[in-house]
Design a protein around this ligand. Sequence first.
Ligand SMILES: [Zn+2]
Length: 106
Amino acid sequence: MVEELLSAKLELAQRLSDLKARLGNLKRDASQEHSSDSAEQAQERENDEVVDAIGIETRGAIAAVKAALLRIDEGSYGRCVQCGADIAPDRLKVRPEATHCIDCAS
Ligand SMILES: [Zn+2]
């Protein structure tokens, strides 16, 4: 189990840095100069909305990954927060930040 936790921790740390990089790129895109052409401005506003949505999604994912890292430190990682059952290792491999067992998640 210790080894599994260690690899989960590495996986989560990797995801966290990927997500932070993505968020950084989004911020850079969002702060770019807007053109003075009104048709292009409309297009850019649309792009900004997409960027906002991805930003919200990315921040949510970062929060989930951080929470999972915290649970590893607390020793509650891999346990369903709803029913307390162990989350299947296969599920954790696919979604290391999972907080619910397959029964409670479905
Ligand atoms: Zn459960």
